[in-house]
Design a protein around this ligand. Sequence first.
Ligand code: F6P
Ligand code: MN
Length: 320
Amino acid sequence: MSAPGKTKFQIDLRRHLREHYVNENLTHLICEIAEASKYIIHSIRTGDLGVAGTSNLYGEDQLALDVLSDRILRKRLDHSRVVANIMSEEADQIIPISPDCNGKYSVAFDPLDGSSLVDVNLAVGTIVSIFEGCDLLQPGRNQVAAMYILYGPRTTLVYSVGKGVHEFGMNTLMEYTLLRENITIGPQANLYAPGGLRNLYTPGVEAYVRTLEERGVKLRYSGGFVPDINQVLLKGKGIFFYPHLKDQPKGKLRLLFELSPMAYLIEQAGGAASDGCRRILDIQPTEIHERSPVFIGCKEDVAMAEEFICKHDLQRDSAE
Ligand code: F6P
Ligand code: MN
C-alpha cells in the first residue's frame, strides 16, 4: 500500500489510516487519541508521579497520573466533534458528549492501565475501544476499531480497524510512524503471562498451567496488561490469562475497557480470546464495570484452556 519510493518507516498514522480507506471521522478520532497520548507520556516522563492530594513545584494541586490521563483523553474526545458517548475506567457512568449519534462514535477507554507500576518505572498503557453510534454496552465483536498505546522504554501505538493489526513508534518529533504492518500470531505459545494468585487457581486452571509448563512454555509476566499483551502480539507466540479465582469467579480484568479491545486486536492478528468457555467478543455486557476471566493469545492454547476450564471446572462445579 505504501507509495512508490517511500519506505514504510516514513508512513505516519494519519497517512496509514487514509491508505486503508478509513473514513474521515474515524481517522480524526484515532489521531486525536494519538495526540492525547503525547500529553500522557509527557506527564509520565516528567516524573510528576502524581500522588493525588499533593502539590507540585508551583504549589498547585497535583492529580494522580491515572486521573490526569483520564482528563487529557476526555478533553480531547469532548472537543473532537466526532464522539457521541464516552466511558472511562475512571468513571462510574457513561459520559454523554453529543446527543446526535449520526456519523459519530462512542469510546470506552482505560486511560492509564497498570498505573501502580509507574512509581517502579515499569511499562504502562492506554487502552481504547471504539463503537459506531451511541451504544457502548455491546459485545466486543461490534467494535469498529481498537487500539492501545504502550508507554515503555519506547512509546508505541497498536491499532486495528478490522483490516489487520499495525504497530507505530513515536519518533523524536513525537509523531507515530509505522513499525510493523499486519502483525500475526502463531498457533502455539512459547511464553505465558499468568495473572492472579496461583494458590487461588481452580483445578482446571492449575491443570492447564501445569500442561503449559510441562511443554516448556516460559513464564513472562510484567504485571501490566498492555505490555503483557504487546509481548504476546509482537512475539507472536504467547498466552496471557487472568483466570477466575476461587475467591473471584469473574477474575480481575474489565470486559469493556480492557478485554474487548485487546480481544479484537488479538483476533485480528489471528489469535483468540475466551473467558474459558465463551469467545470474549461474544459476551453481551450488562454493566459498565463488568469483569471477566480471560485466556488470550495463540489459538491452540486458548482452545486448550477451554478444554480444561469448560470441561474440568464446570463438570466439577455441577458435580458438587
Ligand atoms: O488493570 C489491572 C492490572 O493492573 C493490569 O494491568 C494487570 O494485568 C493486572 O491488573 C495485574 O493484576 P495482578 O497484580 O493481580 O497480577
Ligand atoms: Mn486497567
